[in-house]
Design a protein around this ligand. Sequence first.
Ligand code: ATP
Length: 245
Amino acid sequence: MLAKRTQLAYMNIGLFSGTFDPIHRGHLALALAAKERFSLGRIYFVPTGNPPHKQKQPLAAFADRYAMVALATMGEKTFLPSLLEAPGTPAAVVGGKKGPATPEVNYSIDTVQRLKQMLKKADRLFFLIGIDAFNDIAKWHQAEALFRECPFIVASRPGYSLADVANALPERLRPKAAVTKPFAKQPATGDLVLPGATIHLLDGVRQNVSATAIREAVSSKRSLAKFVDAAVGEYIRKMGLYGGH
Ligand code: ATP
């Protein structure tokens, strides 16, 4: 008789949210590095629906940002495009299960809680984020509560330093300077385990690309080949996104 295939009792799962306007190689590099370092069995890419903070410029339509996420994640079976923040969706569908209704404004705390309701009890959820976005975390809605919901994986990004992680925390979670000072000159790697927050540092993500640079490249008719997957570049051209007509 064939031995029963042993199944892990839980899965490590990542939630990676962003405007993804458009999704690019920096996002994929972050997700791949996180998947490998933390054995993530699944990563949900969640294009933001109605983010609370005012955008510098109007975002491309949710449908277009979602379509590009779907195209970019097609080749990696652990990467899933997510409708968790789809505007106006009466019941977002995640992993085949129906979730609660989408709220009007999407706060990360709500998105995390909604995803957790859809996972198995034993699954372990990680919140994936780049250090540039993490630098603003103290201003997020219910930031302290968000840290209580799940551990964070904070990735490096060219032009930003992972050494800033502790200082970026909401004041009440921030460790005393006396604790962090002796480590200030050491490379920022490993884990920061504090009362109320667990943060895993993910160094080695070094893709110097941003969605802003891509939108500028489209409007000045430069090639997108080094920034995005071919299918995403093709979609941008076909749909005339970012003033590329
Ligand atoms: P924009 O240029 O429009 O501000 P962006 O390139 O920063 O966009 P977002 O969709 O805003 O992309 O980012 C989503 C998440 O991905 C954030 O957590 C951000 O820190 C992270 N991220 C984006 N680009 C990179 C990159 N090149 N390296 C590491 N992390 C990144």
